[in-house]
Design a binder for this molecule. Structure first.
Ligand SMILES: Cc1cc2nc3c(=O)[nH]c(=O)nc-3n(C[C@H](O)[C@H](O)[C@H](O)COP(=O)(O)O)c2cc1C
Length: 311
């Protein structure tokens, strides 16, 4: 009997649904024991959020500052054949609870020497978060062995309004009956079951090398070229904002409110002005440097880390 550790955190339950769907073929095989570890912050992050609380998680998400988690229930000394790490993206970074897990001694114990498959459920921007997660896995002695990404399919600008309404009201209905339904579609979640088949086989045979190629053939990863440039650029500016906000006070403190309000204004400007600009610039860059952009797309669709610098 093989053993798979599944580490997950979800606020709305969306990511938990994705994980259940992907793992259906694994659990139905009857040959693999699943050990679930749901991460539980000592102080729960609110859902729905208030706008200020939503913004308040930004500096610590970006800088990878951990929160306090309740004690884990899994046995870090057990003999797992692989790890599934399911996470959502907060501000182009792995969410704080997942980042906290990655910094724990227990993560070091279980990840060291083992293949790790990541499952991401996010709105649409996950490239740089995954770079950080791959870096952590490699640093902990593990092997990034596969990546499955489910995203919101709404166009970027409509999607940002839908998801904001979802996050601030907790309702996953169509905002004012006009905007697209927020989050990942029920159909995409149900169809994610197909990714579990190569995962089950990799686990069963202990062969992980071809997993990402198999997953990619099933459409597990879509790299949107314009977000490569957008995420890289925005991260630089995010770093400046994170330092600026953290200088005004600790998380949750009212002394941060003024700077957080400024940041919310910036965030909307970035999404509505800078993102369309990045799309246009990427379009031109892709025409001029087709090979380079294609190499980047290929890199982000792979498990390689770090990125080769010779090209
Ligand atoms: C504070 C916060 C920041 C987020 N930032 C991003 C982001 O940078 N990129 C992205 O694609 N999605 C982002 N999202 C959406 C989440 O990745 C995720 O899809 C959503 O919160 C639902 O996850 P759940 O399963 O925990 O409910 C953010 C969500 C929250 C709450």
């Amino acid at each position: 009997m093989k053993k798979l550790l599944v580490v997950c955190y979800s606020q709305s339950g969306q990511l938990t649904q994705i994980v259940s769907s992907v793992l259906r073929p694994v659990s139905e095989s009857g040959q693999i024991e699943l050990v679930f570890e749901e991460l539980r912050p000592e102080t729960a992050y609110p859902f729905p959020w208030t706008a200020l609380r939503f913004a308040d998680t930004f500096p610590e998400s970006l800088q990878g500052i951990p929160c306090k988690l309740k004690p884990f229930r899994f046995d870090p000394q057990a003999d797992y054949d692989g790890i599934v790490l399911a996470y959502q993206v907060w501000y182009l970074s792995p969410s704080i609870p997942v980042n906290t897990f990655l910094q724990s001694p227990e993560a070091k114990q279980v990840i060291n020497g083992r293949p790790v498959v990541t499952i991401i459920g996010c709105r649409n921007m996950w490239l740089q978060a995954q770079e950080r997660v791959k870096a952590s896995i490699v640093e902990l002695g593990g092997r990034p062995a596969g990546n499955i990404v489910l995203m919101d399919r709404a166009p970027n600008l409509l999607g940002i309004i839908s998801i904001t309404a979802w996050m601030l009201t907790g309702s996953k209905d169509r905002f004012v009956k006009i905007f697209p339904k927020p989050g990942i579609s029920d159909e995409d979640i149900a169809r994610a079951e197909r990714f579990g088949v190569p995962l089950r086989d990799a686990l069963h045979h202990g062969r992980w090398e071809g997993l990402q190629a198999d997953l990619n053939r099933l459409g597990a990863v879509e790299v949107v070229p314009s977000y490569i440039l957008f995420e890289q650029r925005i991260l630089k500016i995010f770093n400046v904002w994170a330092k600026f906000i953290r200088r005004s006070g600790p998380p949750g403190d009212a002394s941060r409110h003024f700077r957080l309000r400024l940041f919310i204004g910036y965030l909307f400007a970035a999404v509505f002005l800078i993102a369309p600009l990045a799309t246009a610039v990427t379009f031109v860059l892709r025409m001029l440097h087709r090979d380079k952009v294609n190499r980047l797309i290929d890199y982000y669709a792979s498990n390689r880390y770090p990125q080769e610098t010779n090209g």
